[in-house]
Design a protein around this ligand. Structure first.
Ligand SMILES: [Zn+2]
Length: 158
C-alpha cells in the first residue's frame, strides 16, 4: 500500500512516500491538495516500484497539485529515476535535489544505493559515477545500468 509521512519545516511541507506506486496513489494523494502549503518537497527514497497505472494516477494528481506551488524532489530512488527517464513529466515542473543510483560491485557482489546531487552537470555525474568505490571491498563498483541512459533525465528536466 502506497503511503506517506508528513513533516513541516517552517513553510516547507515535506512528504515522504513509501511503498509501491500503484493504483493506491489515487487514494493516498487524495486531500493533499487541501492540506499542503505552497512549498512542497516530495521524498521518494522508499518508493521501490512504479507501475504504469501508478504513474498515470501520479501524473493526474500532480498536474492539479503543482498549480501555484513550488515543488522539489529529494532522494529519488533508482526506480523513480527510471520512470522519469521514460516520462519526464513525472516530476512536472519540479526540481530534483538528489537521487540514488543502484550499484553492484563486480568484485564482491555487494549492492548499494549511492546518493547524488541533482544540481550537477550530467557529464560530470557520469564521470563520478564510474569512480565510485564499493563500501565493502573498496574496489570500483558499477551502476546497474548504462550511465548515459540513467543520467539522461538531467538533460530532459533541467
Ligand atoms: Zn565490493
Amino acid at each position: 500500500m502506497f503511503s506517506y509521512r508528513h513533516k513541516k519545516h517552517g513553510n516547507l511541507d515535506i512528504i515522504a512516500f513509501d511503498g509501491t506506486m500503484n493504483e493506491s496513489v489515487k487514494e493516498c494523494c487524495q486531500g493533499l491538495g487541501q492540506s499542503m502549503g505552497n512549498n512542497v518537497r516530495f521524498n521518494f527514497k522508499e518508493v521501490d516500484c512504479v507501475t504504469s497505472l501508478g504513474a498515470r494516477f501520479w501524473l493526474a494528481f500532480l498536474s492539479s497539485f503543482e498549480t501555484g506551488r513550488k515543488i522539489e524532489y529529494e532522494e529519488c530512488s533508482h526506480e523513480v529515476i527510471q520512470q522519469i527517464n521514460i516520462f519526464p513529466r513525472f516530476i512536472g515542473h519540479g526540481h530534483i535535489l538528489s537521487f540514488y543510483g543502484a550499484f553492484t560491485c563486480p568484485h564482491c557482489g555487494h549492492e548499494e544505493s549511492i546518493l547524488f546531487s541533482g544540481d550537477r552537470d550530467p557529464e560530470e555525474l557520469i564521470d563520478s559515477s564510474t569512480d565510485q568505490l564499493c563500501s565493502e571491498c573498496q574496489q570500483p563498483t558499477e551502476l546497474d545500468e548504462d550511465e548515459r541512459a540513467f543520467f539522461r533525465f538531467l538533460d530532459q528536466t533541467s
